[in-house]
Design a binder for this molecule. Structure first.
Ligand code: NAP
Ligand code: GDP
Length: 324
C-alpha cells in the first residue's frame, strides 16, 4: 500500500474550506507555517462546486488534480435544525460523501481524511465511547439522518481499502466552535447560537433564552486545535480506522457552564431563562481520546474559557461578516 504522504509535495484539496473547520485549517496552513515547501493547498466553498452534484464534483477534481483531500463539506446544523430536516441531512450528505470519495478514488487521490462527528455515536451505550463502538446501536433520534450518513463514510473507507488498498480514513471531532462559525440563532450549534443570543439580549436589554435545561454535557474543542490535529492526521496517521479528536473526558462541561462563560466573556448582566419546553437532545456523548493520547500524549488544547473569549472577540469584531 502507498504511504499517506511521503511520495512528494502534496496538492491538498480541502472541501468545505470556507466553513468553521476549513477556515481553521487555512489559518494553520497559511498563518502558522503549516504548509511545507512545494505544497499546494486549495480551499473550496460551495461556490466552486456543489458537491451534491457528481458532475460538478468531477469538474472541480479535474481542475485541481489533488494528491490529498481533506473532506469537510457537509450539510451541517445544530440540534433544532436536525430535528426538522433529517431527510435533507441524510440525502445531501450521502451524496456529497459518495461523490467526494468515489471521485477521489477515480482520480487516484492517495489519501483522504474525512470528518465524522460524535453525533453519530450510539445513543444507548456505556461511557466513554471509543472508536470501536461507533456502529453499536442506533444514534440519537434527533439527528439520525446526519448520523447515519456520517457512519457510512467509515464503512466506505473500509471498502476502498479492502478492494483497492486506498488510504481513506476519518476523524471524529466532538463539538467544535471558533471564528467563522455559523452564529445563526435558529440553525447554529449551541455555542455560536448562544453567543449571538447573548449579544442580542445585551443590545436589546432582554432576557437570554437558553434552550433546554442546561444539564446536557459536551466536550468542546476550539477550531484551531482541530485544524492542527487534522493536519497531523493528514501527514502522519496511517490507520483506516477513524480517530476521535477531543479534549479529555474531564474537560466535558454542562451547557449551563458554557452559558456562564459566554455571559462572562460578553459581560451580560441581564436575566437568563432555561426553556425546558425545548429538547435537550442527547444528554451526553462522552468520548475517549485515549487513542489520540497514545499518538500525541503532549498535545495541549486551548482552555474552553480562553476559546470562548477569543470567539466572542472575533464575533464582536466581525459582526458584519459573521454568518448569522
Ligand atoms: P460549516 O461551518 O457549516 O461549513 C460547511 C462547509 O461545507 C462550508 O465550507 C460549505 O460551503 C460547505 N458545503 C456545504 N454544503 C456543500 C455542498 N453542497 N457543496 C459544496 N460544499 C458544501 O461546518 P463545519 O462546522 O466547518 O463542519 C465541517 C465538518 O466538520 C463537517 O463534515 C462536519 O460534519 C464536521 N464536524 C463539525 C462539528 C461542529 O461542531 N461544527 C463537529 C464534528 C464534526 P459554503 O461556505 O459555500 O456554504
Ligand atoms: P449537539 O451537541 O449535536 O446536540 O448539538 P448542538 O451544538 O446544537 O447542542 C445542543 C445542546 O445545547 C442541547 O442540549 C440544547 O438543548 C443546548 N442548547 C441550549 N441553547 C441552545 C441554542 O440556542 N441552540 C442550540 N443549537 N442548542 C442549544
Amino acid at each position: 500500500m502507498e504511504s499517506g504522504v511521503k511520495a512528494g509535495p502534496m496538492r491538498v484539496l480541502v472541501t468545505g474550506g470556507s466553513g468553521l473547520v476549513g477556515k481553521a485549517i487555512e489559518h494553520v496552513v497559511l498563518q502558522e507555517g503549516g504548509k511545507l515547501e512545494g505544497e499546494e493547498w486549495i480551499f473550496l466553498s460551495s461556490k466552486d462546486a456543489n458537491l451534491v452534484d457528481v458532475g460538478q464534483t468531477r469538474a472541480v477534481f479535474e481542475k485541481y488534480r489533488p494528491t490529498h483531500v481533506i473532506h469537510l463539506a457537509a450539510k451541517v446544523g445544530g440540534l433544532y435544525q436536525h430535528m426538522k430536516e433529517n431527510l435533507h441531512f441524510l440525502r445531501d450528505n450521502l451524496k456529497i460523501n459518495d461523490n467526494v470519495l468515489h471521485t477521489s478514488h477515480e482520480m487516484g487521490v492517495t489519501k483522504v481524511v474525512s470528518c465524522l462527528s460524535s453525533c453519530m455515536f450510539p445513543d444507548k451505550t456505556t461511557y466513554p465511547i471509543d472508536e470501536t463502538m461507533i456502529h453499536n446501536g442506533p444514534p440519537h433520534d434527533s439527528n439520525f439522518g446526519y448520523s447515519r450518513a456520517k457512519r457510512m463514510i467509515d464503512v466506505q473507507n473500509r471498502a476502498y481499502f479492502q478492494m483497492y488498498g486506498r488510504h481513506y480514513t476519518a476523524v471524529i471531532p466532538t463539538n467544535v466552535f471558533g471564528p467563522h462559525d455559523n452564529f445563526s440563532i435558529e440553525n447554529g450549534h449551541v455555542l455560536s447560537a448562544l453567543i449571538n443570543k447573548t449579544y442580542e439580549a445585551k443590545e436589546e436589554g432582554t432576557t437570554l433564552n437558553v434552550c433546554g435545561s442546561g444539564a446536557p454535557r459536551r466536550q468542546f474543542m476550539y477550531s484551531l486545535d482541530l485544524g492542527r490535529l487534522m493536519i497531523w492526521v493528514l501527514r502522519e496517521y496511517e490507520e483506516i480506522d477513524p480517530i476521535i479528536l477531543s479534549v479529555d473526558e474531564e474537560d466535558e462541561v454542562s451547557i449551563k457552564e458554557v452559558v456562564d462563560m459566554i455571559v462572562k466573556a460578553l459581560d451580560f448582566k441581564g436575566k437568563i431563562h432555561f426553556d425546558t419546553t425545548q429538547s435537550d437532545g442527547q444528554m451526553k456523548k462522552t468520548a475517549s481520546n485515549a487513542k489520540l493520547r497514545r499518538y500525541l500524549p503532549n498535545f495541549t488544547f486551548k482552555t474552553l474559557e480562553e476559546g470562548i473569549k477569543m470567539t466572542c472577540d472575533w464575533f464582536l469584531a466581525n459582526h458584519d461578516i459573521a454568518r448569522t
